[in-house]
Design a protein around this ligand. Structure first.
Ligand SMILES: [Mg+2]
Ligand SMILES: [Zn+2]
Length: 229
């Protein structure tokens, strides 16, 4: 860990946590599940182009959902049957509240998926920013309310939120994630928790990170450095 990062850890200031949703809070990625169930398997070829850095998520999501066929009712039922969250997530939320640590979800997925899963799992009062999806005539239409022209690659550029938080503030910005939609913001965060393909991306690009498996790992780490005494 760099000197700069060690300094804020010992500074005692409260961090703000930004956290991915799919594959991070959920055990399975909702987009992967929905595309596997309702779209042409060709979507995997498009995803390979994202992983190689050839195209960004803004382009890939539209291309991947172009072959989607289904209704919101079918999607809703499928998500409820197949998507669960990390069992350590709710205890982690309690830990953040008890220690006055701000926690915000930044998702490259869709708001109605997040609402559905949070309601199912009894997750209440967690702020989030995400893309939007609308279902009509068995097709899906996407909307990117947080597209950032400066970035131009992400559908939801999570970096904008991280940069805004850092402006004129002294508290450290923590980022938690697992995949391609997290590549942009981890370059700006003060402390990164990465797993799966995000961990490989960070290693390959010299971005310092702490590996994690579930939210109990992150809770343990933060308890050592930030928890109220
Ligand atoms: Mg993810
Ligand atoms: Zn971006």
């Amino acid at each position: 860990m760099s000197q700069e990062k060690q300094n804020f850890l010992s500074s005692g200031s409260k961090p703000i946590i930004y956290c991915d949703f799919d594959g991070t809070i959920t055990l399975k990625d909702t987009l992967v599940h929905i595309l596997d169930t309702f779209a042409s398997p060709h979507w995997h070829d498009i995803e390979l182009r994202v992983k190689s850095g050839e195209i960004g998520c803004a382009t890939s999501l539209v291309e991947e959902f172009a072959t989607f066929h289904g209704s919101w009712e079918e999607v809703r039922r499928s998500l409820l049957n197949h998507i669960d969250i990390d069992p350590e997530f709710l205890p982690f939320m309690s830990f953040c509240r008890d220690n006055d640590i701000e926690f915000i979800v930044l998702s490259g997925g869709f708001s109605c998926f997040i609402d559905l899963i949070f309601t199912k799992e009894g997750v209440d009062g967690v702020r989030y920013f995400s893309n939007e999806i609308f279902f009509k005539d068995n097709k899906a239409e996407l909307n990117y309310p947080y597209f950032n022209h400066e970035c131009g690659s992400c559908g939801h550029c999570k970096t904008s939120h991280v940069k805004l938080s850092k402006k004129g503030k002294s508290f450290p910005v923590i980022y938690i994630g697992d995949g391609t939609t997290d590549r942009c913001p981890v370059k700006q965060a003060d402390l990164v928790f990465a797993k799966d393909s995000l961990a490989r991306y960070c290693s390959a690009n010299g971005i310092p990170f702490i590996p994690w498996e579930n939210f109990a790992d992150i809770k343990r780490y933060l308890a050592r450095h930030f928890a109220a005494s």
